[in-house]
Design a binder for this molecule. Structure first.
Ligand code: ZN
Length: 376
């Protein structure tokens, strides 16, 4: 993830912090500014302690996954929580359940330890009534941390993606249904719950609840779409998905030629070939590159002189899944496909890949995915 730095490494897993996390610390300091230096320090310390609990939660996922041979690329701390990027989702539903539950289980252990601290402080009695509990929460750092850990557990067990409970639900469904169907149902349930949350947020005029509802609603939709894409691409090589019938541009051709081809309407992005025989692709002229150049009034320029996206190339035997990921990461809408000798044989575009995914889904291609899983 861009804008994030590694701060330490635990069991070989890099722990990274996103730059925006600094904003949370500043906010913590800001809201306590009326309470003197000690108050500010305590407020910042609370955020640090809370995020330590979140790192431990994510490590719970990561270390359980490693027991099933699944590596974790890294754990990143964001203002909204942590994300452990597992290389894939464990194959067996029981393993996915174990990995999903390991996170909240860590917070239960932490909460129990904090309760022991309260007990040793002689404060544990305060949970007896809501009034004494509220007073304890105000004065006791550990009580606040305990309460927050319980909130993390409850919140994560909501059966909605991208929460851990959503994964448990999906895995339970996947013991009876195929993985894609299970994901779709779990995502629908998640979105239904998010909608109810949203209504409740409006009813009680609680902006945080509304924010959570939106976060869950879109997270659930994304998860379903990602699994559908992945399952459609599972094991498919690039040559099966590439288009073979397309136009190319020579570097020496004028931009007006590109405009002509664009207006023809069959294609939006064009591989640009070096001049001369056996010409190799030197990049892709995307529609937005072209429009950019035209907006600058450079109609007489040569195609080769227009700044282009550096999208790299794909090989026919590459797996579509990895090429698709590279395209998404680089923001390239298209990628030329070349043989080992550099000869251009095809092109993959986000559009044709998306269509392939829809066709595959319609055909009921439902193999279990092996792809990268994001696990909040
Ligand atoms: Zn979790």
């Amino acid at each position: 993830m861009r804008w994030s730095w590694q701060i330490l490494k635990v069991a070989g897993i890099p722990i990274r912090v996103h730059a925006t996390f600094v904003l949370v610390l500043l906010y913590a300091a800001l809201i306590a500014r009326g309470e003197g230096t000690l108050g500010i320090l305590e407020s910042v310390a609370f955020v640090l302690a809370l995020f330590t609990c979140i790192v431990l939660h994510e490590l719970g996922h990561a270390l359980t996954a490693s027991r099933y041979g699944v590596r974790t690329r890294d754990i990143t701390l964001l203002p909204i929580g942590g994300v452990a990027r597992l290389e894939r989702i464990p194959e067996k539903p029981r393993q996915e359940i174990a990995v999903a539950l390991a996170g909240p289980a860590v917070n239960i252990v932490i909460a129990s330890a904090l309760f022991l601290v309260l007990f040793l402080q002689g404060e544990a009695w305060a949970i007896a009534t809501p009034r004494t509990m509220a007073m304890m929460l105000q004065r006791n750092f550990f009580a606040r941390l305990l309460a927050t850990n319980i909130i993390i557990v409850v919140f994560n067990l909501i059966p909605a993606f991208p929460m851990d409970g959503g994964r448990v639900l999906r895995a339970l469904l996947a013991t009876r249904l195929d993985y894609l169907r299970a994901t779709q149902i779990a995502a629908n349930v998640g979105q239904g719950i998010a909608f109810l949350f949203g209504l409740l947020g409006l009813w009680t005029q609680n902006p945080i609840l509304l924010l959570i509802a939106l976060f869950v609603f879109f997270g659930a939709g994304q998860e379903a779409a990602a699994v559908q894409m992945r399952s459609a691409f599972d094991g498919i090589p690039v040559w099966r998905a590439m288009i073979r019938d397309f136009r190319t541009l020579q570097a020496s051709e004028p931009l007006s030629r590109a405009v002509e081809l664009l207006l023809d309407g069959h294609q939006q992005d064009f591989p640009v070939l070096a001049d001369g025989p056996g010409s190799e692709p030197i990049g892709i002229l995307t529609r937005s590159d072209l429009l950019h150049a035209l907006a600058g009034g450079h109609t007489d320029r040569k195609v080769g002189d227009v700044p282009r996206h550096s999208c790299g190339v794909a090989h026919p035997r590459d797996l579509l899944e990895s090429v698709f990921q590279r395209m998404q990461e680089s923001g390239c809408p298209a990628m030329p496909v070349v043989e080992a000798d550099g000869v251009l044989v095809g092109m993959v575009t986000l559009d044709n890949v998306g269509e392939l995914a829809m066709v595959q889904a319609a055909l009921g291609h439902t193999k279990r995915s092996e792809a990268t899983g994001n696990r909040p």
